[in-house]
Design a protein around this ligand. Structure first.
Ligand SMILES: Nc1ncnc2c1ncn2[C@@H]1O[C@H](COP(=O)(O)OP(=O)(O)OP(=O)(O)O)[C@@H](O)[C@H]1O
Length: 270
């Protein structure tokens, strides 16, 4: 099954996918993580991967973000020069550069994506240095600007994230990821583990940033309300398989697979 629905309004400017996944399977011994997944992601679109615990969301996300080698299948990414490259055939240095520059990865637990014992400013500035910026004044200015964009006051720039609340840490992790102007950002339950009111604010912020920056995002969530708010398209996973895919509004308003109907009726009522 090739998941290639497109929203013409959103994607008119770009005619080629950014990421193409074909026949992606990952097994753990005899256990299936995910099986025979095909999907395309276009520039500027947000794709949500949803499903209950153990359905294979993390396995798929890790395989398509070059963090977990698939057992079979391919993951191709359109580099900035326009060439489609198989992620698992890149040189290690090329892959690392991609991870530091063109991609972001927002972890559920901010501590996994931040350096907790260096300042907030350094957490953001470090990514700029990784792409070659060496001008201290400019790095600090950009870091301050990005802290503002994620609603962290400039006077917290020298504080370490361990002195921040959970919501602030997550916003800092987002700033650290976006400061280098990535084209594709992977997010693993970015609002998981936060209070409901903090979640709502973070979602609002994320939605604004994604729209303003025209980012492509692949977001894993078990929360259909998060998928509804952020994504253009969704895929629904069960037991490692994609059982339904489509435009988010269509899929949530008119789910076809019995499993999706169950998910929607049990979760979206809140
Ligand atoms: N390292 C591993 N070793 C063995 N089996 C694994 C491993 N990681 C995942 N699995 C199995 O692969 C299947 C998919 O797991 P995965 O973590 O991808 O699902 P998930 O939808 O992300 O779940 P959750 O939302 O709980 O993180 C499950 O049956 C799981 O037990």
């Amino acid at each position: 099954m090739t998941i290639a629905l497109r929203n013409a309004d959103v994607f008119a400017a770009e005619d080629l996918p950014l990421l193409c996944v074909r026949g992606l399977t990952r097994t753990y011994g005899t256990r299936i993580g995910c099986a025979e997944v095909d999907l395309d992601v276009w520039p500027g679109e947000v794709l949500a991967i949803v499903g209950e615990s153990g359905s294979g969301k993390s396995t798929l996300l890790n395989c398509i973000s070059a963090r977990l080698e698939p057992t079979s299948g391919t993951v191709c990414y359109r580099m900035r020069d326009g060439e489609m490259r198989d992620l698992y055939r890149l040189q290690e240095a090329e892959r690392r550069l991609l991870l530091r520059t063109d991609w972001g990865f927002v972890h559920q637990n901010p501590a996994d994506g931040l350096r907790m014992t260096v300042s907030a400013g350094a957490n953001v500035g470090e990514r700029l240095m990784a792409v070659g910026d060496r001008h201290y004044g400019r790095i600090r200015e950009t870091a301050t600007d990005w802290l503002g964009r994620v609603e962290i006051s400039a006077d917290r720039i020298d504080d370490q994230p361990r002195a921040f609340s959970g919501g602030m840490r997550q916003r800092l992790q987002i700033a650290r990821n976006l400061v280098t102007g990535p084209r594709l950002v992977f997010m693993d339950e970015p609002t998981g583990g936060l209070d409901v009111s903090v979640q709502a604010r973070l979602l609002d912020l994320l939605r604004g940033l994604v729209n303003d920056l025209g980012l492509a995002v692949i977001i894993v969530t078990h929360d259909l309300a998060v998928a509804r708010l952020l994504s253009h398209r969704m895929i629904v996973m069960k037991d490692g398989n994609v059982i339904e895919h489509g435009l988010t509004d269509r899929l949530l308003d008119d789910p076809q697979a019995p499993y999706t109907q169950l998910l929607v009726s049990s979760i979206l009522q809140v």
